[in-house]
Design a protein around this ligand. Structure first.
Ligand code: ATP
Ligand code: MG
Length: 481
């Protein structure tokens, strides 16, 4: 099956697929669409950026009768940004058919969301907290969707969200077709899925030996703890990424790093769960709309978010676990494009880095941070190339005419290049981080460094995980409190 026409999808949905420019279904779409059209509940795993959203949206929207003004599909996502994105995509696919979509999340008006649902929307895309509020308080009339989709299902069925999800399920006994989608599907989650979904079909199109998307080149750099900021700025200076996400561990780290990068002249903004909703929306919009090049974020942006042309993902700190790594780096290398993922790790974190690589089965190559000298040389090479390729402007001839009266051509050229160099100067220490040889020497002299710290790290990881969960939901809790 090489195109979408043989699935038996509604004509209007096929038209929307064509308008979206999709030529061929992705592997997960090929497998999931027929099963969903037949009415099966499914648990589906496929790599990041391979079209899981369309895999659940197209067949479910295809089955909707828009004449019936009631909610038929409920999609639950872990973050507000992802709820908005999924809602936009479902709206795009369904609008020709007259399907109405509403997004439901904290930090925005209850009344508007309730009115839109009660006035005949067909699709609700929600974060769990606000959805549960609406169900508990009995705010929705005749709310009985037949399809329930949990996106990023492993995150949603993990400890932080599980109780809310179970409660939502308990309010919706008529949702007979249930679906779980994610790029990662740990065994305990699959077992849990078996309990809450009856007769579900399991699909995985992820190669068993590699969980990350093969379009992502992956590297790590070993640095000292105190070198994180100079390391990231040196890498940004040397790579000059087109568009990148930099993941941090905490909200405070996001604020500090984004402020620092802006001060250094980068076009960067921070994103985390303590920001006002309007501000969060503005930042995502600016990043999608090319007004900023660097998004510095907590894991609130790790899952599901799709922004065109992200060329690089940086892990300012090593991620919490292998699954978190898979989702973070999956913000690049999407929809068939190539991407690069870069992780900074200290010698103490080196073994954790190796564990991540082993668990996800991907090749993550160690590299050394360019020295100041190397950076300067590569900048000079780039500048020479840019000068060679630069188009000639008419005004340039006028300026040259004036200058040539007093100075030789060679001197004019040298002075012009010097001006450019002044603007592009790089600073920082000559050497940053440890090369392979230095790392091997250090690991040999302190073989148990990583183990000694592992219990501390476990404790810290628990703390970090809790902070991440609070990240998206913190505002709601505080308002209630
Ligand atoms: N068949 C297709 N042909 C071309 N592009 C597609 C196709 N299906 C989806 N896409 C595009 O691929 C991009 C990534 O899709 P999507 O966000 O659904 O990925 P995902 O599998 O949900 O990833 P994640 O695990 O990160 O959530 C989107 O821009 C989407 O429009
Ligand atoms: Mg997705």
């Amino acid at each position: 099956m090489n195109d979408f026409s043989s699935f038996g999808l509604d004509e209007e949905i096929l038209r929307a697929i064509k308008n979206a420019g999709f030529k061929e279904p992705s592997p997960i779409q090929k497998q999931a669409i027929p099963l969903i059209l037949q009415g099966f509940s499914i648990v589906a795993q496929a790599q990041t950026g391979t079209g899981k959203t369309a895999a659940f949206s197209l067949p479910t929207l295809s089955k909707i009768n828009p004449e019936q003004k009631k909610v038929e599909i409920l999609v639950i996502t872990p973050t507000r940004e992802l709820a908005s994105q999924v809602s936009d995509e479902m709206y795009m696919f369904g609008k020709n058919k007259g399907i109405h979509t509403v997004t439901v999340y904290g930090g925005s008006s209850y009344k508007r969301q309730i009115d839109l649902i009660n006035k005949g929307s067909h699709v609700v895309v929600a974060t769990p907290g606000r959805m549960l509020d609406l169900l508990k308080n009995n705010k929705l009339k005749n709310f009985s969707p037949s399809v329930l989709i949990i996106d990023e299902a492993d995150e949603m069925l993990d400890m932080g969200f599980l109780e809310d999800i179970k409660a939502i399920f308990s309010y919706l006994p008529n949702a007979s077709q249930r679906m779980l989608f994610s790029a990662t599907m740990p065994e305990p989650i699959k077992r849990l899925a078996n309990n809450i979904l009856t007769d579900a079909k399991f699909i995985s199109v992820t190669p068993s030996k590699e969980t990350t998307n093969e379009d992502i080149e992956q590297y790590y750099y070993v640095i000292n703890e105190y070198e994180r900021e100079v390391a990231i700025t040196r890498l940004l200076d040397s790579i000059e990424p087109n568009k990148a996400v930099i993941f941090c561990r905490t909200k405070k780290e996001v604020d500090t790093l984004s402020t620092k990068l802006v001060a250094l002249g980068h076009s960067a903004k921070g994103l985390h769960g303590d920001m006002e909703q309007a501000q969060r929306e503005e930042v995502i919009k600016a990043f999608k709309g090319e007004q900023i090049e660097l998004l510095v974020a907590t894991d609130v942006a790790a899952r599901g978010i799709h922004v065109n042309d992200i060329s690089h993902v940086f892990n300012f700190h090593i991620p919490f676990n292998p699954d978190s790594y898979v989702h973070r780096v999956g913000r690049t290398g999407r929809a068939g494009q190539k991407g690069v993922a870069i992780t900074l790790c200290t010698p103490l974190e080196y073994h954790s880095m190796q564990k991540i690589a082993k668990k996800i089965g991907s090749k993550i190559v160690q590299k050394s941070i360019p020295t100041l000298k190397e950076l300067q040389i590569s900048k000079l090479d780039k500048m020479a190339k840019n000068i060679k390729d630069a188009p000639l402007l008419e005004e340039a001839t006028l300026v040259l005419d004036v200058l040539e009266e007093d100075i030789s051509l060679a001197k004019i050229a040298l002075k012009a290049i010097s001006l450019l160099l002044e603007r592009k100067g790089s600073t920082g220490p000559e050497n940053i981080g440890l090369n392979k040889k230095a790392l091997a020497k250090l690991l040999n002299s302190h073989p148990q460094n990583d183990k000694k710290r592992s219990s501390n790290r476990r404790r810290r990881r628990g703390h970090d995980r809790n902070e991440r969960r609070r990240d998206d939901r913190g505002n709601k809790r505080r308002r209630r409190g």
